[in-house]
Structure formats: structure tokens, C-alpha cells
Design a protein around this ligand. Structure first.
Ligand SMILES: [Zn+2]
Length: 483
């Protein structure tokens, strides 16, 4: 069966408007996402960005597009050098310096990929390491120099932003206030010090180095993504994405490098995800509210619950992460999973007065339409999920009174599969005791809501027979344990 292809719209940081994504090649989206700098564990703020990009990618796939995804691994950078070279003697050979750097970055690359797997994040088609693309970076810098957009000083090469009139248009900088002409060597700096930035850094004592036409040195951070993106995804890409902290200077500089070299637009859509706060505060090690995925898993948090807690919020809103939010996510997932189990089974309607306002299949089509309209409108996950939950409430009530047919149940299951292809949080096949228990708890909740006390007691006995003890909580939800 040929899938219908849907057009999706995303907020474009460049134009500050929600615009339809019209791919350069029909049916194929090229997506570049700035990957991790691998010298430490990713924290949940970093992971929020990767989860939003996974949602973006899966939504395009579920909407019938092919996605070619490139995520780079930054394995040479200021902080990596600081952390990998510190303990080495001054006369350490260049080869040994590279080996020490590799040992650190390979360790944290493996840890990073494990985190992505645990969170259900799909692997990118290309996962290039910056150190494998140094010749391409050197060629790009030579090109910029030939075009008058780069100059050499003391063995380092800098980008001449005065030569690129569009500089500042992505971050919407005020060009009047720019102090053009100064130059910086650091990879990261604030937007009030807009300056010529470094493309190639002359080697300093204690650093691993590569040979170049300008003497020994290493690439700057920004040139890495331009070189890898153009090499692997070509001269025009559909979507380039990162967290909002990457808009300036990183993406502004990437754009200046690539478009300065190509002489035309490089990226059609720049898409950025917002920050994450923890319990209303900025996450900081000093505040004790700094979490990696492993920290949360050690506290018993299921990574898929974290995935859902993050993805159920809109990616362009600051997310306030909290443990209460995780519990709410857990309850929401239980509700969907229990509904799934119920639909897998056969209906056992209790009868009683019920007047369906809509046929189940009509109600289902409505939900599907609202779901896709919300997702197509800048990935509005809160609205899309609200459509799923309203459907569940309606069909649970209907099924309590007039059981859905097998065909109707299968159509509902297909919709749950369709939505889970994006959220990856309610498995396609529910099996085992947990699913059964959740379904029974949901049945008991429905019975209580309908004041059908004999039915509620019957379900409680059924659970007891399975060795399950129910715990009704103050907030109205029900937990359970094996008795
Ligand atoms: Zn980048």
C-alpha cells in the first residue's frame, strides 16, 4: 500500500515563521543535527535536544518521507583537549597525544550511543567523526581564503565576517552594533562580542596537531560541521537542527562558512529546540539538580518515561523537568498501554444505557485528522496527544456499554501503531503480566467511574487471583505490586 505523503511545517529560525518543509528532492528530507562533543556524559538538557530531533525525524518518516540523517561526533575541540591531554608529559609525541584524545572520545561516544538506544532514539544514517574529515576542512578553508573570506595570522586562519554581508541574519544580530575586525580564538563566545572567528588554530604546546598549508594546528569547532554536512548531505540541505544555544555563534558561523563558499543558500530550514529547566531552576552541578540519564535510571526512572515526559511538551517551549512531571508521564503511558491491551482483547460490554454520538470508526478518523494537523503544525505534540487521549476516553466509555467489533478494534490498534511510530512509547505488542494488570486496573477505574460497584469488585478479585495488590493513591491513580 502506498502511503500518503503529508507536508509538515516547522518554525524556521532564519525567517522566524512557521513554514512548510518543501524538500529539495521530493519525498526525501536531508537532516543534519549537531551531535555531541564527546568528553563527558550527556545531561538531560542535551538529551532533550536529541529527543526533539528524533521526534522530528520520526514524524517525517511516519508522514511518508524518507529521511537521510547526519549527526556528527565532535571528537576534537577545546574541552576534549583540556580533558585528554592534562596528565601528559611536555615531550609526549604527537602520535601519543592523538591516542590519548581518541581514548577519551571513543569511551564517551560509546556511552552516548548507549544513552540514545535506551531512549529509543533512531541511529543516524551518517555518524561522522570530525577527526576523519580534516582534509575536507582544510580544503574548505583554502576555498574561503581564495574567495577573500579568510586570512592567516600567526599560523591561525580566521573568517573575515566583513566579507559576508548576511552575517548575523540567522541570530538576528544588530549589524550596527558589531565590532568588526577583532578576532577570537575560542570556539564559544557571547553575542555581544561578534568578531572574526577562528577556522584553523595554530598548534600550542601540549595539543595534538595536524599538518596544514598554514603549519601544524587543528580545526576550529564551527568548520567541522560545515565540512561534514556539505560532504555527506550535499550543497543544499532541507533541515539543520540543534538546541537554541547553538544559534549563535555556532550556526551563524556554519552558515557564513558554507554559504560563503557555495555562493548560495545552504540550509532551507534552521530548527532549534528550547532549553530545559529542572524544578524551575537552571540546571547546574552546584545546585545539585544536574542529571544524566544514568543518574535518573539509578533513581528508578524508565528512559521511555523520560522520553515521553520530554516529547509531550512542545519543543519550542522551555521545559520544566520535574519528578512530578515524570509521574504524570508514567500515568499517561499506563493509560495508553492499558487501552492498547483492551483493544487487543475482545469486548465484554456491560450493557446499560448508552447512546453513541458517533460511530467508533468516524470518531477514530476525527482523532487521526486532529493528530496529524497538530503534528504538521510545527510538531504540536500536546495537541496531538490530547487527540489520542480524547479518543481513548470516548472509546473506553463506548466499549463499556456496546463492545467494539474486531474490525473496529483492529482499526484502533493500527492508529496506536501509527502514533507510536513517532512517540515510541507504547509497544506494538503488549504481552505478559504487566499489560494484563494495567488493563484490569483500567477496567476497574472505568467501573468505579460508572459507579458500577459489583463490576469494580469483580475486577479487584480477578487481580487478587493474579497475586496483585492494589494501592489507591491520594491523587486518584492506582498503583500495584505483587502480593
Ligand atoms: Zn554543528
Amino acid at each position: 500500500m502506498k502511503k500518503m505523503r503529508r507536508t509538515l511545517s516547522l518554525f524556521n529560525t532564519l525567517t522566524r515563521r512557521v513554514e512548510p518543509v518543501l524538500p529539495v528532492t521530493e519525498g526525501r528530507i536531508s537532516l543534519y543535527t549537531c551531535g555531541p562533543t564527546v568528553y563527558n556524559y550527556a545531561h538531560i538538557g542535551n538529551l532533550r535536544t536529541f529527543l526533539f530531533q528524533d521526534l522530528l525525524k520520526r514524524t517525517f518518516q511516519a508522514a511518508g518521507h524518507q529521511v537521510e540523517h547526519c549527526m556528527n561526533i565532535t571528537d576534537v575541540e577545546d574541552k576534549i583537549i583540556r580533558d585528554s591531554q592534562g596528565g601528559l608529559a611536555a615531550d609526549t609525541s604527537n602520535e601519543d597525544r592523538h591516542t590519548a584524545m581518541k581514548a577519551l572520545t571513543e569511551r564517551f561516544t560509546a556511552i552516548f550511543l548507549e544513552d540514545l538506544d535506551a531512549l529509543g532514539i533512531l541511529r543516524a544514517d551518517h555518524l561522522p567523526k570530525a577527526t576523519d574529515f580534516v582534509p575536507q576542512m582544510i580544503r574548505l578553508i583554502q576555498d574561503l581564503k581564495a574567495k577573500g573570506l579568510a586570512y592567516v595570522r600567526d599560523g591561525s586562519v580566521y573568517y573575515r565576517i566583513a566579507g559576508f554581508p548576511q552575517y548575523g541574519c540567522l541570530a538576528h544580530l544588530d549589524r550596527e552594533g558589531m565590532q568588526v575586525g577583532a578576532s577570537v580564538d575560542a570556539d564559544e563566545y557571547e553575542r555581544d562580542s561578534v568578531t572574526d572567528f577562528v577556522l584553523w588554530k595554530a598548534t600550542k604546546p601540549g595539543e595534538p596537531r595536524w599538518d596544514s598549508p598554514w603549519g601544524p594546528g587543528r580545526p576550529g569547532w564551527h568548520i567541522e560541521c560545515s565540512a561534514m554536512g556539505m560532504e555527506l548531505l550535499g550543497e543544499r540541505m532541507d533541515i539543520h537542527s540543534g538546541g537554541v544555544d547553538l544559534i549563535f555563534p555556532h550556526h551563524e558561523n556554519e552558515m557564513a562558512q558554507s554559504e560563503g563558499c557555495l555562493g548560495h543558500r545552504w540550509v532551507n530550514h534552521w530548527v532549534h529546540g528550547e532549553f530545559l529547566m529542572v524544578e524551575g531552576q537552571k540546571m547546574a552541578k552546584s545546585l545539585g539538580n544536574f542529571f544524566t540519564l544514568r543518574d535518573l535510571m539509578a533513581k528508578g526512572v524508565d528512559p521511555i518515561t523520560l522520553r515521553y515526559a520530554i516529547q509531550s511538551n512542545h519543543y519550542r517551549k522551555v521545559l520544566n523537568f520535574s519528578f512530578e512531571g515524570l509521574r504524570a508521564a508514567e500515568n499517561a503511558l499506563k493509560r495508553i498501554r492499558a487501552f492498547r491491551v483492551r483493544m487487543e482483547g475482545e469486548g465484554q460490554a456491560g450493557g446499560g444505557p448508552w447512546k453513541a454520538s458517533l460511530e467508533p470508526t468516524v470518531r477514530l478518523e476525527q482523532a487521526r485528522e486532529v493528530f496529524w494537523a497538530a503534528m504538521a503544525d510545527d510538531l504540536n505534540t500536546p495537541e496531538a496527544l490530547a487527540a489520542v487521549f480524547m479518543l481513548i476516553t470516548y472509546l473506553n466509555a463506548q466499549d463499556d456499554h456496546v463492545a467494539l467489533t474486531r474490525e473496529e478494534r483492529d482499526a484502533v490498534l493500527a492508529f496506536l501503531d501509527e502514533t507510536d511510530a513517532i512517540f515510541a512509547a507504547w509497544p506494538h505488542q503488549t504481552s505478559g503480566l504487566d499489560g494484563k494488570v494495567e488493563a484490569l486496573i483500567e477496567a476497574r477505574r472505568a467501573a468505579k467511574a460508572a459507579r458500577n460497584w459489583p463490576e469494580a469488585d469483580r475486577v479487584r478479585d480477578q487481580l487478587k487471583a493474579l497475586g496483585i495488590v492494589l494501592e489507591d493513591r491520594k491523587d486518584g491513580t492506582t498503583g500495584w505490586r505483587r502480593g
